[in-house]
Design a protein around this ligand. Structure first.
Ligand code: SAH
Ligand code: SF4
Ligand code: F3S
Length: 493
């Protein structure tokens, strides 16, 4: 039996797709690159913006015909939209067989088997945290998955892996669906995380990305012993084979000096910090229910640059949030200029029914204004990214070679285009920009070599020519040219 998974959304979803694939492969299924010869098609969905959901429903619409021609085939919808829409998925797409929330993916194999045996629709979603406030334990347990199976072949690159350290989110930003789609914040025990990191290292993993919606809020208490992210980073630093560790996404108020010092001092920690600011105006931040002021955020930026040499900070921004005036928007522009982010992911506000912003405020910024502000902010950020990249000219940096560039490798292009989709309605996708910049910089005398990409410790993409055998190794590269999203280098021995 063959299966195909299509993934949109954030890295949480990318990881869940890997874990789902690992379960299916362990149960005897074979993964395919397209739905053509598949018996099971899985959509791993995202609800963060309306556009992401509409795209899934139209993709499901296109599958109706496919399913009609393939008796016995199964369509499964998993991820945040499955959790949010529940049986609405069956109403909007009656030919869907399985709906499974992100807290239930360990039941995927079982539900698919049941759907095949009985021909009946199957659903497994977590308990709604707003409906069952009286049963916090029940809610938490229903959002948790234990001991995921990790298989190297489910990763885009064997030598890089994501590792979840916590589930859910308790910050309740007014615009966001994640606290309901992913449930309450729950941190995994350090020993489970370390065991999984070791297993990944044994599989040849040299780079780990620790995942959590507010990853730097990580906190695990066991008797007298309290483990926070700095201690966890120390434990992972001790694991033989692990060379680079980064963590996403950080919440501004939980970025302690202790954590910044750990990032600076631990040999495996890399100076890359994704700390979404969301906005540059205090009134808007308050309406968004972010728990800091712009002054506090700027202070954080200062602390990061003062503590961590060569730090690269990245951010997310929402433009056109309810009631955002031109003046308020300009404060976001000011913040981008102040913080000199490596890059920013910019999103147009999208109202999500039922959450606090939808209840209390009007989505009153016209689409054309949202679009203009998005482009304006992007232009400011791109100029800053270009300048920061220029500063690398002449420097020699150590990169982890990821493999042939998008221009060289169709399979890489395919795999990345799936992850890219979630951003299609906002910032032009980074990989697309790199591919464009890389083709423009193409060298014609590279017959024996292919164009490769790698990443610096601060997560900048470097394009250079070299043998594909370098994939997965660390190399020193001298930077000879720079575009806003790409550095171009030459192997330095
Ligand atoms: N937990 C992460 C972000 C998760 S969602 C964090 O807090 O940093 C990823 C990004 O999507 C957010 O940072 C935000 O910029 C954007 N986003 C979330 N809800 C949105 C909405 N309703 N409309 C537009 N963008 C949204
Ligand atoms: Fe959403 Fe805010 Fe939680 Fe991030 S911190 S997932 S934006 S509620
Ligand atoms: Fe991620 Fe989208 Fe869910 S951004 S957590 S997949 S709503």
């Amino acid at each position: 039996m063959n299966f195909y998974i299509e993934t949109v959304g954030c890295q949480m979803n990318a990881l869940d797709s890997e874990l789902a694939a690992a379960q299916l492969i362990t149960a005897g299924w074979t993964r395919m690159d397209s739905r053509k010869d598949s018996d099971l098609v899985i959509f791993n969905t995202c609800s963060v913006r309306e556009h992401a959901e509409e795209k899934i429903y139209s993709a499901l619409g296109r599958l109706k015909h496919w399913k009609a021609q393939k008796p016995g085939s199964v369509i499964a919808v998993m991820g945040c939209m499955a959790q949010k829409d529940k049986t609405i998925v069956f109403q909007r797409a009656p030919y869907v067989d399985v709906v499974i929330g992100p807290g239930q993916i360990d039941r995927l194999v079982e539900l698919v088997a049941k759907a095949r045996e009985t021909g009946e629709q199957q659903i497994a979603v977590s308990v709604d945290r707003f409906e069952r406030r009286d049963q916090p334990r029940l809610v938490k347990d229903s959002f948790r998955q234990f001991d995921p199976i990790r298989l190297p072949e489910t990763r885009p690159r064997v030598f890089q892996a994501m590792l979840r350290i916590m589930f859910g989110c308790d910050k309740f930003c007014s615009y966001c669906v994640v606290p309901s789609a992913r449930g309450p914040e729950q941190c995994r025990p350090p020993k489970d995380i370390v065991a999984e990191a070791r297993a990944l290292a044994d599989q040849g993993c040299v780079e780990l990305v620790l995942l959590g919606q507010t990853v730097n809020s990580y906190r695990y208490v066991e008797g007298e012993k309290k483990t926070r992210l700095p201690q966890l980073l120390e434990m992972i630093d001790q694991i033989p084979g692990i060379r680079r560790v980064r963590f996403v996404s950080s919440y501004p108020t939980d970025m302690t000096d202790e954590l910044l010092q750990a990032v600076r001092d631990l040999p495996t920690s890399t100076p890359y910090l994704h700390v979404p600011a969301q906005h540059g105006d205090n009134g808007v931040l308050a309406r968004m229910r972010r728990r800091y002021t712009v002054e506090e955020y700027k202070d954080l930026v200062d602390r990061i640059y003062a503590t961590v040499p060569g730090a690269a900070i990245t951010s997310d921004f929402i433009v056109g949030f309810c009631g955002e005036t031109e003046e308020e928007f300009q404060k976001t522009v000011d913040l981008v200029k102040y913080a000199r982010f490596k890059n920013s992911f910019i999103f147009k506000y999208s109202e999500r029914p039922g959450n606090e912003a939808a209840k209390n405020f009007k989505d009153d910024v016209p689409e054309s204004v949202k679009k203009r502000r998005n482009n304006e902010l992007l232009d400011v950020q791109t100029a800053i990214s270009a300048e920061a990249n220029k500063a690398f000219l002449g420097q020699t940096v150590e990169i982890l070679v990821e493999g042939p560039s998008k221009r060289e490798s169709k399979s890489v292009a395919q795999e990345e285009s799936l992850y890219a989709e979630c951003d299609a309605d906002s910032t032009p996708n980074l990989e697309t920009n790199v591919a464009k910049e890389a083709s423009a910089n193409e060298s014609s005398d590279a017959k024996d070599y292919v164009q490769l990409t790698g990443r610096t410790p601060c997560d900048r993409i470097v394009v250079f020519n070299g043998s594909t055998r370098l994939t997965g190794t660390f190399q020193k590269v001298k930077i000879v040219d720079a575009a806003p999203f790409t550095l171009f280098g030459e192997l330095a021995e």
